[in-house]
Design a protein around this ligand. Structure first.
Ligand code: FES
Length: 207
């Protein structure tokens, strides 16, 4: 028993959406068995105000429209495929692509909401779009579990990426607090070396 955006997609915690045309994130979606309804707690992205909307079970729509993290409405049933490509939201472009390992051992050291938190910081810095876009993606095991939580940084050297910061693996990133992460993202934006951060040294096997 759930609320839905469309015929197949459930309203769930962590979703980006619009409610009555305003961009929001879903904070929680809780079933209320007694009266067969759901409490949907939302946070407005612009004001950070929260509100609880109570909707009947199995409701479709009810003022909720699923969007992707860039704020574009998505095709029914899709998590992020936009209905309309917006040239001002260059979803296909990134300057820096960061793979955050979320496989079992890294996940154990970290927490399930980590990627969302990283994306939120990127967004606050205005680096979620535009020519310096930093894209955060989840990955499975990168074969370096003892350095958990592992983060691999790739620079788009075909475009405006920085060769120095390309193919850098960072270790123990679950220990980085928000101020560290902001510093990391700004160093990447400005093409500066990541000396402060703990790197996994590559084996020199083929020299
Ligand atoms: S589980 Fe993350 S590197 Fe293996």
């Amino acid at each position: 028993m759930c609320g839905f955006y469309d015929d197949s997609q459930k309203i769930k915690k962590g979703d980006y959406a619009k409610y009555q045309d305003k961009p929001i994130v879903i904070i929680s979606a809780t079933h209320i068995k007694e009266n067969k309804t759901m409490d949907i707690v939302i946070e407005y992205l612009d004001t950070k105000e929260q509100e609880t909307i109570n909707i009947p079970y199995k409701t479709t729509g009810f003022g909720f429209v699923k969007t992707n993290i860039m704020g574009s409405e998505v095709v029914d049933g899709f998590e992020c495929k936009p209905k309309q490509l917006d040239p001002n939201k260059p979803i296909m472009h990134y300057k820096t692509l960061i793979y955050v390992c979320e496989d079992q051992r890294c996940q154990k050291a970290s927490k399930p909401t980590r990627v969302k938190e990283l994306r939120q910081i990127v967004k606050e810095l205005g680096l979620d779009k535009g020519k310096d876009r930093i894209k955060i993606s989840r990955s499975l095991c990168q074969g370096a579990c003892r350095f958990r939580q592992v983060m691999q940084i790739n620079e788009n050297t075909n475009s405006n990426g920085c060769a120095t910061n390309n193919s850098v693996w960072l270790k123990h990133t679950h220990k980085l607090v928000d101020t560290d992460l902001k510093e990391l993202f700004l160093l990447l934006k400005n093409d500066q070396p990541l000396d402060k951060f703990q790197k996994i040294e590559m084996q020199q096997c083929y020299q």
